[in-house]
Design a protein. Structure first.
Ligand code: IMP
Length: 211
């Protein structure tokens, strides 16, 4: 990727939690971030075989449709005792009916039920992964990945954040992502060390290369 970003870009997501986090990450760079929903862009089918490929697919679709550079995140929760599930299907596990509205308290109950069915015992090791793709209207793209390790706790704790945040306890900390303000989950340490969340880690790699 030789072009540096400036001006405007599209955040290719329809997920309000991700949009909020990505806008906050971009804010210090003075980039105007439009959302795919605000531009009326369709939500593409996420049927690729990896987080990075899905992120690229979403970013390229939005960049072409909006004729602007586009940034997309594909992310998910991978649970060791479930062979990496829900993984690429993290959003789908929250659908009340196929393709229908999402409810993450149902999704977290499903994870707990699946662990019980698998006769897994604590600590329930898990990680979040985020792949961020930047695509240009001419089809070129670059992807960046971030990961955070932790354990799952039941019952869920905290009402902050989104998605699976209330069951995810990052290693070395005593509060779940659901008990943390977004600023803490996302903070970029001034000394250049690694931020906490998977998305902030992927964003740090993206920012170093492109901003
Ligand atoms: P997708 O990337 O749109 O396929 O959605 C991935 C799903 O993973 C989201 O809908 C969330 O449920 C979950 N997820 C991804 N990142 C996070 C996070 O930072 N906290 C909680 N859940 C997350």
């Amino acid at each position: 990727m030789d072009g540096r970003l400036g001006g405007r870009l599209v955040i290719a997501t329809h997920n309000p939690g991700k949009l909020w986090e990505m806008r906050a990450l971009l804010a210090p760079y003075g980039i105007e971030a439009l959302s795919a929903a605000e531009l009326g862009l369709a939500e593409p089918e996420e049927d690729a075989a990896s987080f990075a490929a899905n992120a690229k697919l979403k970013a390229q679709g939005a960049a072409k449709a909006a004729n602007l550079p586009a940034l997309a995140d594909d992310s998910g929760l991978c649970v060791d005792a479930l062979g990496g599930a829900p993984g690429l299907h993290s959003a789908r596990w929250a659908e009340i009916s196929p393709g229908g509205p999402r409810d993450f308290s149902t999704a977290m109950d499903k994870v707990e039920a699946a662990l019980r069915k698998a006769r897994a015992t604590p600590p329930f090791r898990a990680h979040f992964i985020s792949a961020i793709a930047l695509a240009w209207p001419n089809g070129r793209s670059a992807t960046f990945e971030g990961k955070v390790d932790g354990t799952l706790v039941f019952p869920p704790r905290g009402k902050l954040g989104f998605g699976y945040d209330p069951i995810f306890l990052p290693d070395g900390l005593t509060r779940t992502f659901g008990e943390m303000m977004m600023q803490e989950k996302q903070a970029m340490p001034a000394d250049g060390s690694s931020p906490l969340s998977h998305r902030a880690r992927a964003f740090q790699a993206f920012a170093r290369a492109c901003l």
